[in-house]
Design a protein around this ligand. Structure first.
Ligand SMILES: CSCC[C@H](N)C(=O)N[C@@H](C)C(=O)N[C@@H](C)C(=O)O
Length: 349
């Protein structure tokens, strides 16, 4: 079943005659258009139109099989009003701004606008073979770059220089950073999102490296924590606890597993090591056209894993003033279990 066919089924079930798609990742997913921030899609039961402007006339025609209408608002809305009519039109309430909604209300006065968050995101959460191969390639590149840069992580080197090496190598390979590279050494390791700073790394420290490649629109995401020399006994104990939680959660990945249960499994292990308070974020998230997407692997999640989902498993422990550890793998949910896509070495510290 194509993506549009599945989307139309969902729309029927929710009583929608049309869906106005504004989130860039969703526009790209439905159209293949690689400048989706400047595109929108109107999907009805018998038509789907890509709207973009004249900067992209040639590009949109090359990239998308959907019919295109090249204009800017208000001409965009005037064209779409023929399909919208008096129907019920869903909008992406978790993306469209209040101003954007007001524009639609003014342009389509006869339509009923209805909040319809998460429709395309739900479809995107299970990847098809082409998407899985794209993410596999992004992760393989990230693994290669990590292996090349790992020997440069040593005392006397700035965090920023490690991030720069990673970014340069990704760019030379035709990719970009999926997000700003996190290089958090020593006490900075207590910041889960400690992007690389001017700090000079020192002997006896742990260093957290969190990096991803964005290749052909698809992202990877992986974290390793490494030691320079010999860290303190306390930090080695924390590393062991996080690794135990990470491995246990990865091994529990399978179709039917509840995301909240996986989060609880990892959290329970860290709690037994006295680190419950130190695990300051969720266990993981889906990865695809966005770095963070469905499913959410957190305590409040109602998501259940299905084959084709690609998720991170990334417990961490963060001790303010002392340091931190995170270990993250990118994991594919298969028909009967899981496959770990991230292959970068996890070291004994
Ligand atoms: C700014 S993108 C950072 C990507 C990083 N690998 C990552 O996912 N970090 C997690 C700690 C994170 O941000 N988790 C989210 C889903 C959360 O717990 O809310």
């Amino acid at each position: 079943m194509t993506q549009l066919t599945r989307l139309r089924d969902e729309m029927r079930q929710r009583g929608l005659d049309a869906l106005w798609v504004s989130r860039p990742a969703n526009v790209r997913y439905l159209t293949g258009f690689t400048s989706p921030a400047d595109g929108k899609v109107l999907v009805t039961q018998d038509r789907a139109t890509l709207y973009t402007d004249a900067r992209y006339t040639v590009q949109a025609a090359e990239e998308s099989a959907l019919p295109q209408f090249i204009a800017r608002p208000p001409a965009t809305y005037e064209h779409a009003s023929a399909d919208v009519g008096r129907g019920v039109v869903g909008f992406e309430a978790d993306h469209l701004t209040v101003a954007g909604l007001e524009e639609l209300e003014a342009a389509w006065p006869d339509a009923t606008l209805k909040a319809a968050p998460g429709l395309v995101e739900e479809l995107r959460s299970c990847k098809d073979d082409r998407e899985i191969e794209a993410i596999r390639a992004a992760q393989a590149l990230a693994d290669r770059v990590y292996a090349e840069v790992r020997p440069m992580i040593r005392a006397g080197v700035r965090e920023a220089d490690i991030a720069l090496e990673i970014e340069q190598r990704l760019r030379r390979a035709g990719a970009t950073n999926a997000f700003d590279v996190i290089v958090a050494s020593g006490p900075r390791g207590a910041m889960p999102h400690g992007t690389a700073s001017d700090r000079v790394m020192q002997d006896g420290e742990l260093v957290t490296i969190d990096m991803g490649a964005c290749l052909n629109g698809y992202n990877s995401d992986m974290t390793r924590t490494v030691a320079i020399g010999t860290p303190t006994d306390e930090m080695r104990r924390v590393y062991g606890a996080v690794l135990e939680a990470e491995e246990a959660a990865v091994q529990a990945v399978k179709p039917g597993a509840r995301a909240a249960d996986l989060d609880a499994l990892a959290r329970g292990i860290l709690e037994r090591h006295g680190l419950a308070e130190a695990f300051a974020h969720s266990l993981g998230h889906g990865v695809g056209l966005m770095v963070h997407e469905a499913p959410g692997l957190r305590g409040t999640s109602e998501d259940v894993l299905k084959p084709g989902m690609l998720v991170t498993i990334e417990p961490g422990a963060y001790l303010p003033g002392v340091g931190g550890v995170r270990i993250e793998d990118l994991v594919l949910v298969t028909e009967d279990g899981y496959e770990v896509l991230s292959q970068a070495v996890k070291e004994t510290v």
